[in-house]
Write a protein that binds this ligand. Sequence first.
Ligand SMILES: Cc1cc2nc3c(=O)[nH]c(=O)nc-3n(C[C@H](O)[C@H](O)[C@H](O)COP(=O)(O)OP(=O)(O)OC[C@H]3O[C@@H](n4cnc5c(N)ncnc54)[C@H](O)[C@@H]3O)c2cc1C
Length: 631
Amino acid sequence: MPLEPKLEPGQTQRDRATCCGLRAAMNCATFTRLKENPSETERQKEIRAAEELLFAGPQKLGVAKGLFLGRFVADWVMPYPTVRPVEQAELNASLEELRTFLDEHLDPAAIDRQADIPREVIDGLARLGVFGMTAPTDFGGRGFSQMAYCRVMEEIGSRCASTAIFVNVQHSVGMRALLLFGTPEQQRRWLPPLVRGEKLAAFALTETEAGSDAANVQTVARPNADGSHFLLSGEKRYITNGAIAQVLTVMARTPLPGKNETAVTAFLVTPDMPGFVVLEPRMEKLGIRGTATARLAFRDMPVPRENMLGAPGKGLKVALTVLDFGRVTFGASCTGAAKTCLRLAVQHANARRQFGRTLGEFELIKKKIARMAAGAYAMEAMTNVTASLIDRGLEDYMLETAMLKVFTTEALWMLVSEAFQVHGGAAYFTDRPLERMLRDARINQIGEGANEVLTSFIALVGMRAPGEQFREILEALQNPWGEWRKVWLLGLDQVGAAVRAPDVPVRSARMQPHAKRLGELIRRFNVEVDRALIHHREAILDRQLVQERIARAAMELYACACALSRWDAELQAGGARPAIDPDSPSHSAAELFLRGSFRRARRSLAEMHENDDAAVNATADWVLRHGGEFE
Ligand SMILES: Cc1cc2nc3c(=O)[nH]c(=O)nc-3n(C[C@H](O)[C@H](O)[C@H](O)COP(=O)(O)OP(=O)(O)OC[C@H]3O[C@@H](n4cnc5c(N)ncnc54)[C@H](O)[C@@H]3O)c2cc1C
């Protein structure tokens, strides 16, 4: 089959090859717009912007991107990362303090009922340093690593989802945006009060026309005559803390200096600015009811130029980068909630008797408990490894954080639903926590990037590197005599990846069969990715069902690598301390997870060849056309 793709007029090979990642970077919808309005200037402009957003420069190969190339970049996953010993003691003390505070002051049921997080809880968390956990000590922060911070978020998430989301907004998207993109002057001015909790933060991106399609921001910021201010006009919706925050990072569209173009720019906004209007301070909602979700408007609101956060036109980079951090803590708080679900299910299964036996004696309940334990084990491993990537300086971890977000939010949904089922009718009533946890968990699959959008993103960004390899082969083939050596080497590399399973270097003998299985699956995955690229070519951009299988297989492989690494480390520790039983429950949960995960990955790959895609599309098209009626 010829590999040569058709180019649009004026489109270069390079543009085409980058389409995959680019489209995902723009949350797919920008590309849809490009297709509707295929102005070439527009296309080139969007491609340049997205390229810059995603691929700032040469970067080390991360673990997820490695999988798409048929490689296992072991260094990022193995040995299983641990918090540095010097930090561990401080973390233990912080966790101890935090647990005592939460035991005494945090009442998640009351927070849900009253739809508010009491000020004393916010002040207490601030006193414990939670809002500045990873901020440098110069700004009053604790200077913790991302891994240590995740332990803190796991603890909060295990108790109250509203509080976890509140902290995530304050710390990950509020403070982090300033730390990464603020000028020294902005950091000095804004960071200390945020870290101390004297000021609350909000992050305002979403609008009616800019939900999943984040690039489609319509709020505008026009410079005034002398250029000292911007006048912001527009509306934002669904903004956590929007009406109670004193510092808001707002995304607005600005003209680009010297060009007839606009782009999204980030601004630091305070509610005392004239023209700042709260349309609705607390939108009534299903879950995480303790958080205050607002609708806001800006009516020709003057914002000083010095409040611009990051460079003009680089607002989406600010947004994507801070959301990346946010997704790691999502993983941690989902893991905490998952452990609570497991504990509640086990307590009930051991206590409740029906048919003369405890529920836990029935195999169908055992299956739920085992599945929950396996899921919680992998969620924790994946969160820990992903957080360590940030601590260890991997520059581009977008794929891993996207995988973590999709995997842990779906796993938590499964866990909360299974715990609910184990409780039967008892879970339905408000005197137990599970109905609240079920309502709270639903937002996770929608917020900070809907899971469907991230699934597409994982597949398309992941396939970018193998897509580039094909491009290089193509380019070299155009001049085969001059480049014969390159063709030979690139060809070998491709074929090599296809026939050799990468080594997965575990230390415990007991792990060898699992490691071998993982290596073999990575090889198969790479073959399927290459086949999909060859078979679908540019149409892969629209084949979301194919993308989904690729993303799901990749997620399972990443989750397996994390769980395997954790289990290997536990076995090693057990070897040094024979008191630890290698057949302990955590080990059988690890084994169960790996078995299921390998099976799910294999199924996704098998469905690349045997699936219902045509029937799915035909049915959906028919139903959509007929307004949902069968008659
Ligand atoms: C409680 C709450 C708090 C929030 N807090 C904030 C906040 O603090 N700041 C902020 O800026 N935003 C916030 N949001 C907004 C949130 O990020 C958006 O709701 C989310 O990005 C999805 O956008 P949308 O709701 O407009 O859904 P839409 O974009 O309309 O999407 C609807 C559904 O369509 C599907 N979909 C969309 N695009 C695609 C695609 N390309 N391919 C396949 N399927 C697709 C997805 O399943 C998605 O769930 C919050 C939302 C909620 C509910």
